[in-house]
Design a protein. Structure first.
Length: 121
């Protein structure tokens, strides 16, 4: 019960602190996550980007990362994908659905994976 309450509180805090309106999203978003559950982060990124995510049952764990400057929605998504790759998870985009699977599954999936694009700054 205590873990449920902590997870609910964390989700509510994320929603309250990090939710950005479309106008706010155009100005940028600062990411500051400490030990956030991957499923919670996927939900947040879905809300931020408007993408539909399917999370494999084997994808578990926690995220911790911080951006020091405001990021565009695309940059925030690239950071998210990079962190997933560091955790040995792959992002596979097929049509309008983004699947997150363990990288070991890439040997059996014959689809291109999403890798962060380099931006010129």
């Amino acid at each position: 019960m205590k873990q449920y309450m902590q997870r609910t509180l964390c989700t509510l805090l994320l929603a309250g602190l990090l939710y950005t309106s479309p106008a706010g999203a155009s100005e940028g978003v600062v990411l500051n996550f400490n030990e956030v559950d991957i499923a919670t982060m996927v939900k947040f990124m879905g809300d931020l980007t408007g993408k539909t995510f399917v999370l494999d049952d084997r994808v578990k764990g926690k995220f911790s990362f911080t951006s020091t400057a405001k990021l565009s929605v695309d940059e925030a998504y690239e950071v998210f994908v990079s962190v997933l790759l560091l955790k040995n998870y792959a992002v596979i985009e097929i049509d309008d659905v983004v699947r997150i699977v363990p990288t070991a599954d890439l040997l059996i999936v014959n689809e291109p994976i999403m890798a962060p694009e380099k931006t010129n700054k």
